[in-house]
Design a protein around this ligand. Structure first.
Ligand code: MLT
Length: 278
């Protein structure tokens, strides 16, 4: 179901499956979306919730049904982390599995940094721990120019060749269309704020060796934005983590190969619920 909460001058919209088939609840998974998409990118996961689990997918600030609100300081990845904690408080959830894809992964790292006690486990999909280097920062400036000149449609055109894998681009026009529709629906303000947050995000590499919660790293084999080597290097630095490489998927692995993505996710969640309630 779609739901929302009001926090100060902002609305946070989110998708919530409730607890699916089985009781008591085994745990809650919060899924954080990529740039420049919204919670709806997680529809294939929301449609296949493992029994006893609840999945919540918020629209990050300025995307989907979440308003940007009035920004007091410079936009930061910590804004997204704050909203995740506000949502957990609202739903009276002490802890949850926090998962994010790409920008959502950067936000998951920000939650881990600001509220580690709320993180029962991590799912890091098609994402990296490193901050932007100088070249990437120049790319953000160019993206901001593209947005200013052509809006969300121009951003999609610029990103499309890298957002989706070659297999999807060649044989899944439906997935390309889903992504295009989702990107074009995003407000320019939200995209602009996200570009600032991506560019200014902190380096999380220093956190990796100290991650003590169960962690699953997922990456599409054809991901040209993150890259399999980057994901595998991150996995090797996180003690006890697992890594799943998804065939015939690019950067948006959850949308491109939902069955394989869901299989990896469910296997991971099952190991958690076999241990203890999250
Ligand atoms: C994303 O998919 O969220 C973005 O590609 C992340 C990035 O550009 O660093």
């Amino acid at each position: 179901m779609r739901a929302s909460l009001r926090h100060g001058d902002r609305v946070i919209g989110y998708l919530d499956t409730g607890v699916c088939g089985g009781s008591p609840s085994k745990g809650t998974l919060v899924l954080l979306h990529a740039f420049p998409l919204a919670a709806d990118m997680w529809q294939p996961q929301l449609a296949a919730v493992p029994p006893g689990w609840r999945i919540i997918a918020p629209d990050l600030r300025g995307f989907g049904r979440s308003s940007p609100g009035s920004q007091t300081g410079p936009p930061s990845m910590d804004d997204y982390a704050e909203d995740v904690v506000v949502l957990l408080d609202h739903l009276a959830l002490e802890r949850a599995v926090i998962g994010g894809l790409s920008m959502g992964g950067y936000a998951a790292f920000a939650v881990l940094r600001s509220a580690p006690a709320r993180v029962a486990a991590l799912v890091l999909a098609d994402t990296r721990a490193e901050a932007d280097d100088e070249t990437a920062k120049l790319g953000r400036d160019a993206m901001a120019d593209t947005l200013a000149r052509g809006g969300a449609a121009a951003v999609f055109e610029r990103m499309a060749p890298n957002l989706l894998g070659t297999s999807t681009q060649a044989s899944r026009p439906d997935v390309v269309e889903t992504v295009r529709t989702l990107v074009l629906a995003q407000p320019v303000d939200g995209i602009r704020g996200a570009i600032h947050r991506l560019k200014s995000r902190r380096d999380s590499s220093g956190l990796l060796a100290a991650i003590a919660c169960p962690t699953l790293v997922i990456v599409g084999k054809e991901d040209r934005i993150t890259g399999v080597e980057v994901a595998q290097a991150m996995h090797r630095r996180i003690p006890g983590s697992q890594c799943a490489v998804i065939d015939r998927a690019g950067h948006l692995s959850n949308l491109e190969q939902p069955e394989a993505f869901n299989e990896a996710l469910t296997a991971f969640l099952t190991t958690l619920s076999a241990g203890s309630r999250q």
